[in-house]
Design a protein around this ligand. Structure first.
Ligand code: SAJ
Length: 420
């Protein structure tokens, strides 16, 4: 089977780099998206997301005619679905995954499917989602056969191949990382391996769909649990008057210990989300994973309490001042260092909360963002030096490289990343 035309449905943080990568290997790529803005931007050879080196890749792909973006799916030999899997908007204590985008994408490609096509689900999904997608496709196309009934003889081949690239390093990791390939049958897996080998230099390791789904959730849950351990240590150490950074550095000298770093909480659209896909499926069994989520989600409130305490200490030490006279500087808004991504960012949420309860000025220093319009009201974007010199209370929320290169000595410093 050779894949001449490849369709990527969902042109976001994962879909667009993947589409551009196939196009860079001279495959005809049809990108599909529901956002007219994304389609127009890409067709101009530009990008609507921030990711190093992606702009050059997309520009070349569009200019050379290998990549185009469209609203309506067209026939192709392989379809990759890379759409979001958010939470359902209900009051459930355990957030549940919402597969509506996958369902809509399946129903959109179903009319153009033909015998021999491969459909790959790339979106991070709860266990069973690929089988569910196969059912949606089968319902929409009763004239074709699918692996859940026809096995190896199916007209359409289906696999799950989760993305696992690190934002900020997507272009390199797409090529170098190993891929987990979970076909509904061995034939489906082999076809998916052939497809990814177009640009993947890492190993393509075959398994079944459920294991592939769980592998992705396991990777991110493992990191979440490890970060929760570090965050819990930081809270314990604060109580016991121990420097958690020194403690972790000491413990990490043991040959079999590698503790991660505490912070203001866990952000981004992956680590703070994916563990819930396991917890919502197996609530009685996933105790540790559930607890880790709660520990990490509780960290921003703990930081905010520390800020309130610092304000009251400052006012006690300076009885001529009122809360209105106190300027607080928050260093970093992004969800992790050296990027501009604010998705699910604990730093952003903490700054917002401080600006809501604090009567004085709140400054934010974020070297990766040019303006805060529409993001934060009542917070002034400030230069690092200006904030350091003019604030009474300093809250370090992200270890951006610009901050690490600087220093400050203040009695009223809350350093959630241990850099000052
Ligand atoms: N964090 C800490 N302490 C640490 C490491 C991270 O507090 O020691 C925080 C970060 O500040 C951030 C959050 O965790 O708020 C997540 O950052 P991250 O760098 O751990 O991960 P992401 O969300 O950028 O990307 C993850 C990656 N998964 C793993 O490393 C297991 C990536 O490979 C996945 O492809 C991505 O999720 C995804 O799309 O699922």
């Amino acid at each position: 089977m050779s894949f001449n035309t490849i369709s990527v449905v969902g042109l976001g943080y994962i879909g667009l780099p993947t589409a551009a990568m196939f196009a860079s290997r001279k495959k005809k790529v049809i990108g599909v998206d529901v956002s007219q803005h994304a389609i127009n931007t890409i067709n101009k050879g530009e990008i609507h997301i921030v990711e190093p080196d992606l702009d050059m890749l997309v520009h070349a792909a569009v200019k050379e005619g290998f990549l185009k973006a469209t609203f309506t799916p067209e026939p192709a030999d392989a379809f990759l679905i890379a759409v979001p899997t958010p939470f359902k908007n209900n009051d459930s204590k355990i957030p549940e995954p919402d597969l509506t985008y996958i369902q809509k994408a399946s129903e959109a490609i179903a009319p153009v499917l033909k015998k021999g096509d491969l459909v790959v689900l790339e979106s991070t999904s709860p266990v069973g989602a690929t089988e569910q997608m196969a059912e949606w496709l089968a319902t929409a196309r009763p004239d074709l056969t699918f692996p859940q009934k026809a096995g190896e003889h199916a007209d359409i081949n289906i696999a799950h191949c989760p993305e696992r690239v690190l934002p900020g390093h997507v272009v390199r990791e797409l090529v170098e990382n190993d891929r987990v390939i979970g076909g509904m049958t061995p034939k489906c897996s082999n076809q998916a391996v052939e497809l990814y080998k177009t640009f993947v230099k890492g190993e393509c390791v075959i398994t079944n769909t459920r294991t592939a789904e769980m592998a992705k959730l396991t990777e991110n849950s493992c990191r979440d649990v490890q970060i929760a351990f570090a965050n819990e240590l930081s809270v314990i150490c604060d109580k016991l008057d121990i420097n958690v950074w020194e403690l972790i550095a000491l413990a990490n000298r043991h040959p079999r210990i590698n503790i991660l770093q505490p912070g203001p909480g866990v952000g981004g659209h992956c680590i703070a989300v994916d563990p819930w896909f396991i917890v919502s499926k197996t609530p009685n069994e996933a105790n540790l994973i559930h607890t880790a989520r709660k520990v990490n989600d509780a960290k921003p409130s703990w930081v905010i309490e520390k800020v309130k305490l610092a304000i009251s200490d400052y006012l006690q030490d300076n009885p001529d001042k009122t809360a209105k006279d106190v300027t607080i500087a928050c260093y970093g808004l992004a969800f992790k260092p050296d990027i501009d991504d604010l998705r699910e960012s604990p730093a952003l949420n903490i700054t917002k909360c401080i600006s809501e309860f604090h009567q004085g000025a709140v400054l934010a220093v974020e070297p990766n963002i040019a303006n805060l319009t529409g993001t934060l009201e009542n917070v002034e974007l400030a230069d690092l030096k200006v904030a350091q010199e003019n604030s009474n209370i300093h809250v370090v929320l992200v270890d951006h490289k610009e901050f690490k290169a600087s220093q400050i000595h203040s009695e009223y410093l809350i350093d959630t990343k241990g850099i000052w």
